[in-house]
Structure formats: C-alpha cells, structure tokens
Design a protein around this ligand. Structure first.
Ligand SMILES: Cc1cc2nc3c(=O)[nH]c(=O)nc-3n(C[C@H](O)[C@H](O)[C@H](O)COP(=O)(O)OP(=O)(O)OC[C@H]3O[C@@H](n4cnc5c(N)ncnc54)[C@H](O)[C@@H]3O)c2cc1C
Length: 547
C-alpha cells in the first residue's frame, strides 16, 4: 500500500513495534482475518545504524546493575530478537501467588496462567523450540535420569528444563511471511508518537507517527491499536500520552512503576559426590534436534511457605576471566571474547559481559593455560565455534565437563515488584529515566535458596555447595555482580482495576476501549523465567481475542 492510500485507510488493527510480540500478533491476526487491514509500524529501518534517538534519550541511574540502553534492546524488524539468546522458559505456578514479600504486587492470578498456557503449543512453533514440554519427567527418553548421582526430587527439582530456540531472529525468519500477507502493511522508519484524545466512548481514532530520518509527521487511523514496542518504549509512549486515561480519575499510579528484571550471577560451586560421567552438566538433545537443559528449581509450595522468590540455578563453568580454572579452552575463548571487534562478533555485549564481566585480567596466565592444554585449547573451541556459528540450529552455549565433578552454580532469580524501581519521563517530557536497584529482600532470597540447595544435596548424599565468599560478604557481592536490563517487566502491569495496574487481563489499557499493550511490561511478577516465550503466548491470545 502506498503512503497516500495508507493515510486514507482506517486500519482494523495498528500494531506498534515489530519485535517477537508485534510479529506474532501481526501474523496470527492477519492470517485469520484476511478481510481486515493491518498496519505494522516499526521505528527501525533497513540499513539503520545502531545509534538511534530512542536509546540516546534514556538515562540509566544505576549502571552497576543495569546495562546501558544500547545493550538492552535492538531496533528494526524483529526487535531485540536480533541479539537475543533464545532461551525459552515457562513461568511457574508460584509466579501467580502473592507472598508477603511481594506485598500485593502479584496482580495476576492462576486462572490467567492456566488460560495463557493453552496457547503454548502455537507459541513453540513460532519460537522453533520443539515440543513445548518443560519437564523431563514427561519425556520418556530423559524421564529416569538425574542431574547427578543420588539426586532426589522434593522441595528442589532437577527436571524443569529451559528449551532453546534456533535462536529465531523474528525479523529474518518471518519477513517473507509478513510480505506475503496482502492485507498487512509494514511501515518501517516511523516512530509512534501521539495518540488522539479519546472520544466520549473512550475510543481512540488515530496515532501520529514521526519519520525517523526527516522527522515529518503523519497521522494513521485504526479501529484498534496494540503497543508492542518492548517494555521500555511502550512505557515511554504511555507516559507521554496520558490523555489516554482521561476517562479515569487519575493516570494509573502503577504506570512506569514496579520495574523488574532478574538477579543473576555466581556465588558458589557444587561438588557432586558421585561418578562425574553421570552428571548431566550440559545440553540434552531432543529427538527433533532441539536443545534443552536441566536446572535446579524450587517447589512452588516451598517458596510460598517460606516467603522466598522464584529462582532457577543451573550448572555453569567457572569464571572465564579467572585463569585459576586452568582450562586452555576457556582461556582461549575468554581471550577471543575480550579481543576488540572479534569479541563483538562472537556475542552481543550483554551476553559477552555475562561471561567476561568486562574484565581484562591475567592475560599471561591465560596464555599459559592455552599452551599447557594444547592441542585441546584449540580443538574444543573449534568444534564449539562450528556448532555455534555454522549450523542452522545453533549450540546455545558452552558448558565444559568437570572431571572433578565440580561446577559453578549460576542463579537467575525473581525480583520483588518495588515501586521505586521505575521508568519516568525527564523534565523535557521526552527522555526516559530508569531507576533500578536490588532490594535486600531480593538478595536475601538468593542466599537462602543457595543454603536450601546445599542442605538438600547433602541430605540426598548427592553433593554440597562450596561458597566463593564469606557468608557475610554475600549480600554485597550479589549487589556488585548482578546486572540486567534485558528482561524488562512490571511497568504496565496487568490488574483487575486501574488503581492496581495499567492493563486489564485482556491487555486492554484501563480507560480506553481499543488500545492494548503486548509486552513483558504487563507481567506483574518476574519469576525465574526469561520473559519472551511467555510473552509469545500472550501475543497469540491477544490476536485471538481481537478476532
Ligand atoms: C542480548 C539479549 C539477550 C536476550 N536473551 C533472551 C533470552 O535468551 N530469552 C528471553 O526470553 N529473552 C531474552 N532477551 C529479551 C528479549 O529479547 C525481549 O524480551 C524480546 O525481544 C521482547 O520482545 P518485544 O516484541 O516485546 O520487544 P522488542 O523485541 O524490543 O521489539 C520492540 C520493537 O518496537 C520498536 N519500537 C520501539 N519504540 C517504537 C516506537 N515508538 N514506534 C515504533 N516502533 C517502536 C523497536 O524498534 C523494536 O523493533 C534478550 C535480550 C537481549 C538484548
């Protein structure tokens, strides 16, 4: 459709943002409504440089615990799936149960969870992560195996898995399918700016867009609008467009607040007692070739009874940057990661940071590790390089066997919804200021759950934890090492009233009849799960709702 026709059309649906959420809704809705006209608007455009005005106008107040804006999102068709890792994880029952430390912040419920789960099979197809089974006990091939000898499931489980996408780059993967939809118009290089004032029935009729290059404005009309611009940009658009809430007494007080990510890092190793060869430390492969991986998780009942936050802990390599690991292969990979230009090609900055912690340390010791381990120092990385970069379904990560049966433990933990963690507009009403910190409740839960794991492993005669720091140092250490900003949730949360949240359970913006939000910003709790897979299920559900 040319620009002139576009301006004349009253679209049935206008979607802002072409990340995984926007693309899934566009395809689902377009295919099942061939007689309807859909407009998909994307800020990024082909050939755009990474520098952009959106990221340039974000101020992160805490750069210790939050990545800089350029590391948190990407612009362009496919959104941040351009650099995402592809880890697909399910939310858990406990994420829908209020606990004292969540203090009323769990504004969704288990019924919604059960309903959204019915869209999981279709979601897994979009994410190309195989059959959506997230528990090994349900897969005959793996059902009788354990993470390590003697492990028993109880308050701690080892059968929950993360599944891995290709990783699917939604732009590349679905570009042709989008282009083949005759009733879909994709408009790239336009920024969604200002919604019209709602009419007397709370319907919004149009949205002003701004050309990213020449800044010219144009107005598009639609019967329904969906904001799928990623958590931070969706929140910013709403903070700027408070006229959308004219029918309410106030702008929903939760807008921009309760920003959450995950606490993540390593503070201990596990030493298993049994046969090292029986430890399932790495990826398992499904019959269809998809990669899956075990993680320790904690039973919902245990977390609720003990008022703890949902956490996953998985086996990991020792710290790459510390040459004490003595592995030539790890030293070689570490040196490759910290090499300018090459490092950036191997992994996006946020993922590279998770491995190297941005440290350039003990180079000569790393070189010595490489020399001592020859030829393994090169052979292993070469095999990994091939599996990670040269085949269609990529090896999602690198986990090395430990002959000593000792592995670092990587935690990935829920944060409480805390009102002071928030996104707000700067005095220019344009820039976005991000306030983000870890609370003592967040940190203490991580420590207690490590303790629980230690006791459980000892009780099973399976192993024990070895802490890397003194116990009294742990809170400060966790506050120093944990960094997020790539899993954004909470700032436009779902709730049953506008005094508690920003959208209702159908993702409709409180105060309007035809504006919806589809972003992980609607998730009131962050759980242990990376958010994108579950967001995909919400996207399919919303497309169905609008049918
Ligand atoms: C390095 C990295 C690794 C990650 N790994 C994982 C992982 O393993 N598992 C996981 O679950 N998640 C992961 N994530 C998070 C994941 O990428 C996001 O959750 C996901 O992309 C969100 O999808 P979305 O469609 O909501 O938003 P996005 O993917 O952010 O897409 C939003 C789109 O909207 C566009 N846009 C923004 N503002 C406007 C505007 N005003 N007008 C028009 N268009 C606009 C943007 O240009 C963008 O293309 C990772 C993220 C990063 C950065």
């Amino acid at each position: 459709m040319n620009l002139k026709d576009m301006l004349r059309t009253n679209f049935d649906l206008c979607i802002v943002g072409s990340g995984p959420a926007g693309i899934i809704i566009a395809l689902e809705y377009t295919r099942s409504n061939p007689d309807k006209q859909i407009l998909l608007i994307e800020y990024g455009y082909p050939g755009q440089k990474s520098k952009n005005t959106l990221d340039d106008s974000i101020q992160v107040q805490n750069i210790v615990n939050h990545h800089n804006p350029y590391e948190c999102t990407n612009k362009g068709l496919g959104g941040s799936s351009i650099s995402w890792g592809g880890r697909c994880v399910m939310y858990d029952e406990v994420d829908f149960i209020d606990r004292p430390s969540i203090s009323g912040g769990c504004t969704w419920d288990i019924n919604l969870f059960n309903e959204v789960k019915t869209y999981i099979p279709q979601t897994a197809v979009y994410f190309e992560c195989g059959d959506p089974i997230f528990n090994l006990n349900d897969i005959p091939k793996f059902k009788d195996k354990k993470i390590a000898e003697n492990f028993k499931e109880g308050i701690i489980t080892d059968s929950s898995v993360e599944r891995w996408s290709m990783p699917t780059r939604f732009g590349q993967r679905y570009e042709k399918e989008l282009a083949n939809c005759p009733n879909l118009t994709l408009l790239q290089g336009y920024e969604a700016r200002d919604f019209a004032v709602p009419d007397e029935n709370n319907y919004i009729s149009s949205l002003v867009l701004r050309n990213v290059i020449d800044k010219r404005l144009l107005e598009v009309k639609a019967k329904n609008f969906i904001l799928a611009a990623g958590a931070q940009e969706t929140t910013r658009i709403l903070l700027r467009n408070t006229q959308l809430f004219n029918s309410l007494d106030n702008v929903p007080p939760a807008l921009g607040k309760y920003y959450q990510g995950h606490l993540s890092g390593k503070i201990a190793s596990v030493n298993f007692y049994g046969n090292p060869k029986k430890t399932e430390y790495g990826f398992l492969r499904n019959l269809d070739g998809t990669y899956i991986r075990r993680r320790f998780q904690f039973a919902s009942k245990y977390l609720v009874e003990n008022d703890l936050l949902n956490t996953a802990i998985w086996l990991d390599n020792p710290l790459y940057y510390n040459p004490k690991h003595k592995s030539g292969a790890m030293s070689f990979m570490y040196l490759a990661m910290i090499t300018p230009i090459l490092g950036k090609k191997l992994a996006p900055p946020a993922i590279a940071y998770a491995l190297t912690k941005g440290k350039v340390k003990g180079i000569h010791k790393h070189v010595w590790n490489i020399i001592k381990d020859l030829p393994e120092s090169f052979v292993k990385p070469a095999a990994i390089f091939y599996k990670r970069y040269c085949v269609k379904r990529k090896l999602p990560g690198v986990f090395l066997f430990s002959p000593k049966n000792s592995y670092a433990l990587h935690f990935h933990s829920e944060q409480i919804p805390y009102a002071e963690n928030r996104m707000e507009l700067g005095p220019d009403n344009e820039s976005l200021i991000i306030h983000y910190k870890l609370t003592d409740t967040d940190v203490n839960s991580v420590i207690k759950l490590h303790d629980t794991l230690d006791k459980w492993l000892r009780a099973c005669n399976c192993g024990k934890l070895q802490y890397w720091f003194e116990k009294d140092e742990l809170p400060d250490v966790i506050k120093q090492i944990s960094k997020d900003g790539i899993h954004q949730s909470g700032t436009t949360r779902i709730a049953d009233s506008p005094t508690q949240g920003v959208v209702d359970r159908d993702l409709k913006l409180w105060g309007t009849k035809n504006v919806f939000v589809c972003s992980s910003s609607v998730f009131p709790t962050s759980g242990q799960a990376n958010p994108t897979f579950f967001l995909g299920a919400f996207a399919i559900r919303l497309a169905n709702y609008l049918k």
